[in-house]
Write a protein that binds this ligand. Structure first.
Ligand SMILES: NC(=O)c1ccc[n+]([C@@H]2O[C@H](COP(=O)([O-])OP(=O)(O)OC[C@H]3O[C@@H](n4cnc5c(N)ncnc54)[C@H](O)[C@@H]3O)[C@@H](O)[C@H]2O)c1
Length: 277
């Protein structure tokens, strides 16, 4: 079935390079692209859609009214906006029978929300897809779960400025960190809840493996961090695995690894292509 219509929620550090990448890779424009954002940044969103919309779709439009956005019919909606947006729109999108690609995976640490999203998807036949985001190797990690996981740990290491505006500010003096400092050690659930813009990867790894309460997570402020460094170590019955990813921080939001935008673009392009990889 042809992919005709894409809905995007958010117009920030993930959505902008994601749309540019999709625009560069469109074989031909689809019918419709709709983007929902907040009124305060709508001008920037309109400029973005004017720039890449025509290569993506014959009709491209920016919405600041969620009801108007949600009244359209989509083949896929992608959320690139934050935990609050998953909560506000997730069940409506899935309940309407539309697949939803979620990047704010940390929102799924709220069991009530996660169950509501699952129920909405089950009732309509739609699917919620958890974007791999800044993390690689989720395919093998999630397959290893089926063989039996013995242990898994995850560490996120970012420059001190990337932890600004988070509870880390109260735990350490981010302006004067001179050496790597572990400021959080605990479950993925609490990490993703307390660091919603930073710890989505912790939640992704946990949901793909042994669950939100069973992965040991460390968050580190490190002035020598070469980027947003994600490391995880797994031992399982079918494979042992050590992954280290040095994500390049988005110039618009240092909390976000640029690669996240391209993992969203990949999912969209795969859905439109006869061969998916
Ligand atoms: N899975 C991952 O690996 C990963 C990586 C980075 C970020 N994230 C998640 O992605 C989210 C977005 O990241 P970003 O760097 O693009 O953030 P950003 O702050 O640059 O952009 C967020 C965008 O969402 C829009 N927005 C926010 N609330 C909205 C709402 N209720 N309705 C419509 N639009 C809304 C804002 O206007 C803005 O355009 C983060 O909050 C984080 O939770 C996930």
């Amino acid at each position: 079935m042809a992919f005709k219509s894409l809905g995007v929620i958010g117009s920030g550090a993930i959505a902008a390079p994601m749309l540019e990448a999709v625009a560069r890779n469109m074989p031909k424009p689809m019918e419709r692209l709709s983007l929902l954002t907040l009124p305060a940044v709508a001008d920037g969103a309109r400029a973005l859609v004017e720039r890449c919309g025509p290569r993506i779709a014959n009709h491209a439009e920016v919405f600041t009214d969620a009801d108007a956005f949600l009244s359209q019919r989509y083949d896929l909606v992608v959320e690139c906006a934050g935990h609050a947006a998953v909560k506000a729109y997730g069940t409506k999108v899935l309940g309407s029978g539309t697949d939803l690609l979620v990047v704010s995976i940390g929102s799924l640490t709220d069991d009530t929300l996660r169950n509501a999203l699952r129920d909405a998807a089950e009732a309509s036949g739609a699917r919620m897809i958890l974007c791999s985001g800044a993390i690689g190797g989720i395919d093998l990690l999630s397959a290893a779960r089926l063989s039996g996981i013995e242990s898994i740990t995850y560490t996120s290491r970012k420059a001190p400025r990337a932890w600004k505006g988070t509870p880390a500010e109260k735990l350490i003096d981010l302006d004067h960190v001179t050496a790597e400092t572990v400021f959080y050690e605990g479950t993925a659930r609490a990490a993703a809840r307390d660091y919603p813009q930073n710890a989505n990867s912790a939640a992704t790894i946990a949901i793909a493996s042994v669950g939100l309460d069973n992965v040991n997570v460390r968050l580190i402020a490190d002035p020598a961090a070469p980027g947003n460094v994600h490391e995880f170590k797994l031992t399982s019955a079918c494979a042992d695995m050590e992954i280290r990813i040095v994500g390049k921080p988005s110039p618009d939001n240092p909390k976000t690894s640029m690669s996240t935008a391209y993992t969203v673009a990949r999912e969209i392009i795969n859905r439109m292509s006869p061969i998916a990889i």
